[in-house]
Write a protein that binds this ligand. Structure first.
Ligand SMILES: *Cc1c(COP(=O)(O)O)cnc(C)c1O
Length: 222
């Protein structure tokens, strides 16, 4: 095993045991939490090492990277796009990404719907006071959800968010859980929550995250 693969294996073991502990602490079954390893900026060789270590869920933020890396890995990988969407990249994103976590604009949803047979999506909600890092304003969530449900080939799986900087993550993730409940009133199947990064995933798990997106804690600083 290469030194790099050993390092990744060790980091992965630490993260997995932290996930297990966080789940146990709040009485959840760790198997209901999907670890997405965020591989943005890291080379395909790292993704191959992760694959050999059993990881199948990978996250990328940029079409330019995901569209190159995804075809280099075996077909049983599940690719997650979680970056800001540029409309002119949607066709390419739809080609390699199995799940799009960052839907916050109905025009993107409309375009995506016209490009695919079927696609899994999350609605990104903003937990910021001044929305700037993307996400639907919670005040507009219900209207946004009914807009999304008009696109029958988009499979709405749940809500996604990034905890705002300089705020206690627990407060943000508790709010996200409320918004997820609000979403489920419209669409009971959309009960998944994509939340939690390297610095706050235990808190996200405590507030019901089903998908955590971890990069630097496993692969190192970017
Ligand atoms: C980069 C990124 C992550 C992973 O962040 P780390 O701090 O490296 O774990 C998760 N989610 C989104 C939306 C990201 O942009």
């Amino acid at each position: 095993m290469t030194l790099r693969k050993l390092e990744i294996q060790e980091n992965l073991q630490i993260v997995n045991s932290r996930i297990g502990l966080a789940a146990k602490t709040c009485g959840r079954d760790p198997s209901e939490i999907t670890l997405i390893v965020v591989t943005k900026t890291f080379p395909t060789s790292d993704i191959e090492a992760l694959y050999q270590l059993g990881i199948r869920n990978f996250g990328e933020n940029r079409d330019q990277e995901g569209s190159v890396k995804a075809p280099e890995l075996p077909d049983d990988c599940i690719w997650h796009f979680q970056g800001q969407i540029q409309s002119n990249k949607l066709k390419s994103i739809a080609n390699w990404a199995d799940v799009v976590h960052s839907i916050d604009d109905l025009s993107h949803a409309s375009k995506l719907s016209s490009l695919v047979d079927q696609k899994d999506i999350f609605i990104q909600v903003s937990l910021d006071d001044q929305p700037n890092r993307g996400g639907v304003d919670p005040e507009n969530l219900e209207e946004f959800v009914s807009g999304i449900l008009a696109f029958k080939n988009l499979n709405l799986r749940g809500a996604m968010a990034v905890a705002p900087l300089g705020q206690e993550p627990g407060t943000a993730f508790a709010r996200l859980k409320e918004l997820s409940n609000q979403l489920q009133k419209f669409h009971p199947k959309a009960d998944e929550i994509s939340a939690g990064m390297s610095n706050d995933f235990e808190s996200a798990i405590a507030h019901g995250a089903t998908h955590i997106r971890i990069g630097s804690q496993i692969l190192g600083v970017r």
